[in-house]
Design a protein. Sequence first.
Length: 305
Amino acid sequence: MTFTPKTLLRVSVAVALVTILLKGLAGYVTNSMGLISDAMESFVNLASAMFALGMVTIASRPADEDHPYGHHKAEYFSSGFEGILIVGAAAAILWVSVQRLLSPQPLEQLGWGLGLSVVSSGFNAALALVLFRAARAHRSIALEADARHLMTDVWTSAGVVVGIAAVHFSGWLWLDPVLAIGVALNIVREGVRLVWRSSQGLMDEALDPETIATLRTTLDQFAARMPEGTRMRFDDMVTRRAGQRRFADLHMHVPGEWTLQHAAAMRDELEQALMDAVPGLRVTIQLLPLGMEARGPHIEEEEAA
């Protein structure tokens, strides 16, 4: 069964509420700064999932007069917002952890606390795996960002559990806040990565090399199976991604003696072949006679120089 991004993000909100309850209770009964910091990150999970749900809802709106290319880039705001929240949560964890490091406190009821933490991590891990698969299927950076954050939470919880066990057996109370500081630094790393990826999407980053290779292979195959294929030429291909939508623009050079109707028919067939090869692609092909180059790319090069 395939779930929509909005359905999965609603589930993510529900799971975040459950993990806040479980990890918050674990931190309360153990008095562990490591578990408390883990619970604080779950609040970020909740805020991120709610914001992502709103952005995915906007991104799914059809194109309109004010947004003729659609609203797909809204997902990048979700990923960037989640990254900023993660960094903010890490700063709060660092502040509280340093205070605890200066004044260590004993841990209590570790069995219950660790058990609750493990159960909540199981929920997060299961949801993250589902989100990763859905992100690939829907080409959604919002789902991918939420999945990566949840997996960071899972590894964080695993580190906390191991660290608290070490505190219990060694008696080194200072190890608990040091562990929380390590959790915070790991969270910062993931937050910075999400902000960076969002910025690249907003700046119209090119499609991945594998997709570009697929487009070029499709062009070659199209020319090879056409009787007039040896007289066609394709160049100046540029690509970009906007949320779930992918775009490609290129020039198609054909013999000048072709009729406009014949050339347009070849272009339409090529557009369909490219869209079949790369789902979610919106392609624009400019027709040009052989021997003529478009002025656009050359003007941009001259302006850049």
